[in-house]
Design a protein around this ligand. Structure first.
Ligand code: 13P
Ligand code: SF4
Length: 304
């Protein structure tokens, strides 16, 4: 009998499907993917690839983004319950109210948002290009930044712009503490600490660098250092180790897990390809509006 991997390989070839996986996916899902990356890299790949089907191994907002950017491709999310709680911390009605209160403001939304919120936004960004996106906006414009208050604060600090922040957060990153990081730093005094900007301020303050997941992978490859403490979801450690055999990676906390990212398995990828489920669609009217904000995000190449 064919193994799951063989069946997936046959189906992806026969159906001209591509498997995209976020850096937080379980190791075997990252290993089988045609392409792994952070939110920005996966959005670019979804827009540029010439597959008929995209199997998106990530969470719903990522699959929605792929569907908006590639309206002619069928986008499948292998587990329809894989959501991002941060994206659900702001709905379109709440953003519309905020826009009414600040009617001259430009709205920048993090990609971790629903399609409806993107449709009401002027610019979208990810953690790898948020600073550059905000720097591209005329200096005298007021800015609303939603929904992540932690990334928003990093952007505020780095750009010096006075931004209105929404009090959203990532339930996985918010539990990381500076005690976790300092304890791990004491255990590994030569290690460089890489943290995701979604971490709370106390954790960001004891990190050496703040990076998106894709930037962490590049940083670790290029750095002369041999040891790294990773303050983000543990899924990335798999690829960090795989790409850097002579280097050592320590998680800041073993419980640094996004349960939604962990919902996708090889079995679910196989079912997804067999039954072409679960198809993620965005109504045309919303997709057309959201695409403007997303196209602006793709146009900004992160510096550094
Ligand atoms: P990246 O774009 O850095 O991969 O982040 C996505 C995310 O959801 C972080 O929690
Ligand atoms: Fe959302 Fe946080 Fe999971 Fe990223 S890690 S998908 S922000 S819940």
């Amino acid at each position: 009998m064919n193994s799951i991997v063989e069946k997936i390989n046959t189906l992806r070839k026969n159906k001209n499907a591509v498997i995209l996986a976020h850096n937080y996916q379980i190791g075997e899902v990252q290993d089988i993917a045609d392409f792994c990356g952070d939110s920005l890299e996966l959005s670019r790949k979804a827009a540029d690839c010439d597959a008929d089907i995209i199997v998106f191994c990530g969470v719903k907002f990522m699959a929605e983004t792929a569907a908006i950017l590639s309206p002619r491709k069928k986008v499948l999310l292998p587990d329809k319950m894989a959501a991002c709680p941060m994206a659900d911390m702001l709905n379109a009605e709440q953003l519309a109210d905020l826009k009414k209160k600040h009617s001259d403001a430009v709205v920048v939304c993090y990609v971790n948002t629903t399609a409806e919120v993107k449709a009401l936004s002027d610019y979208c960004c990810t953690s790898s290009n948020a600073v550059d996106v905000v720097n591209s906006i005329e200096p005298d414009r007021e800015i609303i930044f939603v929904p992540d208050r932690n990334l928003g604060q990093v952007v505020k600090d780095r750009t010096g712009r006075d931004m209105i922040l929404w009090p959203g957060y990532c339930p996985t990153h918010i539990f990381a503490t500076d005690d976790d990081v300092r304890r791990t730093q004491k255990e590994h005094p030569d290690a460089i600490t890489l943290a995701h900007p979604e971490c709370p301020k106390a954790v960001r303050d004891c990190a050496d660098v703040l990076l998106s997941t894709g930037q962490m992978l590049k940083y670790a490859k290029q750095s002369d250092s041999k040891e790294f403490i990773i303050a983000t979801e543990i899924g990335i450690i798999h690829t960090l180790k795989k790409q850097n055999p002579g280097k050592f990676f320590y998680t800041a906390n073993e419980k640094f897990i996004c349960p939604n990212m962990k919902k996708i398995t090889l079995e679910k990828i196989l079912f997804s390809l067999e039954d072409e489920k679960f198809v993620i669609t965005v109504p045309k009217e919303i997709a057309d509006k959201a695409r403007t904000a997303l196209d602006r995000m793709l146009a900004v190449i992160p510096k550094g």
